[in-house]
Ligand binder design. Structure first.
Ligand SMILES: [Fe+2]
Ligand SMILES: [Fe+2]
Length: 473
């Protein structure tokens, strides 16, 4: 059942007239932003076969229909409340979860919500030009599905800002629509979300690695003592899974096509480009780039902010329930440092190393995805393998951001780095090659660009040649 309200929701918005009015005033600004900064060239004429969340129960968020994107029903959905939920970690462990924001944590909670919220429109902006180079209608539709859901995630964060932070929250909600990815004067908050996403290899790596960072941030916020934040992020996680699916299977299909071509031409990777596929070293370079950019999002290795977020119950550990104890007061974590260029190990109190604990969990999750890509190579009998670079490689922030490391984690000088970085990261030549492959979009239903294999199945059990995006007659 589709709710007929202007803002679909499961938070009984009509009972709170002030909040409803505030959000209804924000809605046209959001639509203006979407029309200006959303998918370029697909705003009015195109109908897209999209999934729209219409409620938070299991079938409610799997409702499919053709919609013009500006008419997508962005709404506010929170996971069902857990009865008598208690705080699961930190200094307030065992106390009742909060239904309101405690005054003393107003600023850090606002900052956490704004930082999360800012990534959502940022990614839409980063991806806005990709429609004109899509490898198939199936992929085009998946891009737009990701985009509209990031729009909804912005709604989710703005709902919290408007609900709990009064005037400040409304101002923050407006500012979320004013920053622009990559803009020098008003950039997005986190540097990774100002990086250009210029081709579909970037896009698939972004959804594989950067959306996966999102998954881990949301999992940590899902533990929060602030119950509405926890419920909001738990629902967002259901949508995030599809984004990572798009990235992981997108790369798997590109690798699959590369293997087919390598087989056809006798296994020589360098010649793959002559046949219009993407050579494995170029795929590896894009992996290196987006994995390292995404690692930066976890914050400093040693962080007093992370410690106080945890102590105060604002942000927990990922899957906090799996730990035996939830205070994290006794443990230590060993962190490699490179002061004066020499490796040493520092013993850090666990609470101060929680960013690194999260990074570990994230790296392990990424490893699993890379293993699945390598299964494609195994299937074709190839000896080549893709791999994650060392976490010190190409970092912009934290302890390793001040130095240069190769993909194996060995320190190198700036001259060595400059001389060799094109071996490890996409070079201007690689980018030009990918752009030449993706110069024209593929709009015929069922047809795939030459550089990518078809998906195993279509969306919502429909055939692969279904017309997932169509121009209205
Ligand atoms: Fe998101
Ligand atoms: Fe996402």
């Amino acid at each position: 059942m589709i709710s007929s309200e202007r803002i679909p929701n499961n938070v009984d918005l009509k009972q709170d007239r002030r909040l409803q009015r505030a959000l209804e005033r924000w809605q046209p600004k959001f639509l203006d932003w979407w029309k200006e900064m959303g998918p370029e060239g697909f705003q009015d004429a195109h109908k897209v076969y999209l999934r729209t969340a219409i409620s938070a129960d299991t079938d409610g968020w799997a409702h499919f229909e053709y919609v013009k994107m500006p008419e997508y029903r962005w709404g506010i959905f929170l996971a069902e409340p857990e009865k008598d939920r208690k705080i699961g970690f930190g200094d307030f462990e065992g106390e009742n979860a909060w239904q309101e924001v405690p005054g003393e944590f107003r600023n850090p909670l606002r900052r956490l919500i704004v930082t999360q919220g800012d990534t959502e429109p940022a990614s839409v902006e980063q991806q806005r030009m990709l429609g004109s180079s899509c490898p198939s209608l199936y992929d085009l539709r998946n891009l737009f599905q990701v985009n509209v859901e990031e729009g909804r995630h912005l709604w989710a964060m703005v709902y919290l800002l408007h609900s709990f932070f009064g005037r400040d929250g409304r101002d923050e909600g407006d500012a979320l629509l004013e920053r622009r990815s990559g803009n020098e004067d008003k950039p997005r908050i986190l540097s990774t979300f100002n990086e250009p996403v210029t081709n579909w290899l970037d896009f698939f790596m972004f959804t594989m690695f950067t959306d996966r960072d999102g998954k881990f941030q949301l999992l940590a916020l899902a533990e929060s003592a602030l119950d509405p934040l926890s419920r909001t992020t738990r629902f967002m996680l259901t949508e995030e899974a599809h984004h990572m699916f798009v990235g992981e299977t997108g790369i798997a299909r590109a690798v699959d096509r590369t293997c087919q071509v390598m087989k056809e031409i006798g296994g020589v990777s360098e010649d793959v480009r002559k046949h219009g596929a993407i050579d494995l070293p170029t795929i590896q370079k894009h992996l290196n780039l987006w994995f390292s950019l995404s690692l930066d999002l976890f914050g400093g290795e040693i962080s007093s902010n992370a410690a106080s977020y945890f102590a105060n119950g604002l942000k927990g550990r990922v899957y906090e329930g799996k730990y035996d104890e939830h205070k994290a007061l006794d443990g230590v974590y060993h962190i490699d440092r490179f002061d004066d260029g020499k490796l040493s190990t520092e013993e850090v109190p666990l609470r101060n190393a929680l960013n690194e604990v999260h990074r570990d969990a994230y790296v392990a999750d990424c490893e699993k995805g890379v293993k699945r890509w390598n299964r494609v190579l195994e299937k074709y009998g190839m000896s080549d393998r893709l791999s994650l670079p060392h976490r010190r490689f190409n970092r912009a922030t934290g302890l390793y951001g001040a130095f240069h490391f190769d993909p194996a984690g060995n320190m190198m000088t700036e001259e060595e780095w400059n001389a060799r970085k094109d071996e490890w990261l996409p070079s201007p030549d690689d980018k030009a090659y990918i752009n030449s492959l993706q110069a024209r979009p593929i709009f015929e239903p069922g047809k795939m660009a030459n550089w990518i294999a078809p998906p195993r199945r279509g969306i919502n059990n429909l055939p692969i040649d279904f017309e997932y995006v169509r121009v209205e007659e």
